[in-house]
Design a protein around this ligand. Sequence first.
Ligand SMILES: CC(=O)N[C@H]1[C@@H](OP(=O)(O)OP(=O)(O)OC[C@H]2O[C@@H](n3ccc(=O)[nH]c3=O)[C@H](O)[C@@H]2O)O[C@H](CO)[C@@H](O)[C@@H]1O
Length: 375
Amino acid sequence: MSRIIIACGGTGGHLAPGIAVAEVLQERGHKCLLLISNKQVDSALVEKYSHLDFIKSPGRAFSGGVLQRLAFLASLFSSFFASRRMLREQEPDLVLLFGGFLSLGLGLAAQIGGVPVALHEANCQPGKAVRLIKHLSTRVYLPDGVRLKGVPPECIRYYGYPVRKEIKHALKVDAWKRLNIQVPNKLLVIIGGSQGASALNHWVTHNFGLLAKAGISIYCVTGLGNSSASTIHEIGKGGVDVTATLVPFSGQMGDVISAADLVVSRAGAGSIAEIIRCRAPAILVPYPYAADDHQYANALAHEQHGAGVLLAQDQLGDLTSEVIDLMFNDWLLAKFKSNLERLDRFESSERIADDLIALCDARSIANAEKLERVT
Ligand SMILES: CC(=O)N[C@H]1[C@@H](OP(=O)(O)OP(=O)(O)OC[C@H]2O[C@@H](n3ccc(=O)[nH]c3=O)[C@H](O)[C@@H]2O)O[C@H](CO)[C@@H](O)[C@@H]1O
């Protein structure tokens, strides 16, 4: 049995793949400890995974002015020393880092403590933490076609984004039933990533009247703290009741995405991988302030694969007509769906888990041989 510490908190896009890999490792008899942050979104996401072990760690993102940067450095120190203590107590065979601020302290502590580091980058434009830790890593998992300067090719694996096993493509009617919604004609699903997207939420409230007249119901995941759960009613064609359901957070993202005829989403790597898994044609609106514009790179790759459409946030004025055009274009939707099927990396979690186990085994063998030579 190997012991692996997984740093994956801070945002849903890091935490969800950490959970996906931990579940496979645990099923295979290995022990995982998942490092998460104090953020509300982490607590909401882990709620239903009581069979996994989570531990909260201090840490904050590298951003803002001089004071925030000093606070970041202070939190990096405290996370580094907390990680050193944890490594001594847990004696892991390996640490797996999903990027973000929680990865830095643990990555440095692991490197100094002689514990192998594996690193997963989800985005088509690698993030700061990943660029800093890449030199410490024995293994780096990258999205297809992405290069990371300075990492030897033998350390790189292209295994895709691990999607949690409960996120599955479901029949629309079954998903509607489980979400407890009535859809008289078509359903548009809006997802703003794990934090929600206020620009998309505003677009929903200002455009629902028009969409309802075109026969389009809405299910919108607004983000924690952005609104309370509510349902808005409009009268659609033929006097039917058309609804917009708003929920701040969902623990059923597989059903939410599968329920859609069309999705409008931010372009986080996690949402895109789940949109692919659930075969949902999507219009992606990248968050324009994401570090190094990585969401634009993610959305562009998705569009170039013929699996959806990229719409910049400064073109939100065109979104309503885009939605209405695409929603009733069965030919294009079918084309997107067949390309989505082609893009699915079904076995990402399993391949990463197998590879991590092989790395742990190789380390045990090397350690045993070293011990034999000494004695
Ligand atoms: C603003 C920003 O910089 N976001 C980044 C963040 O993603 P962020 O966490 O914003 O979003 P992602 O789309 O990558 O992932 C969201 C994850 O949260 C889950 N979820 C979301 C809402 C909800 O109500 N319930 C729920 O379970 C989704 O199912 C998914 O697994 O990390 C990703 C991975 O590095 C990046 O690609 C994103 O660009």
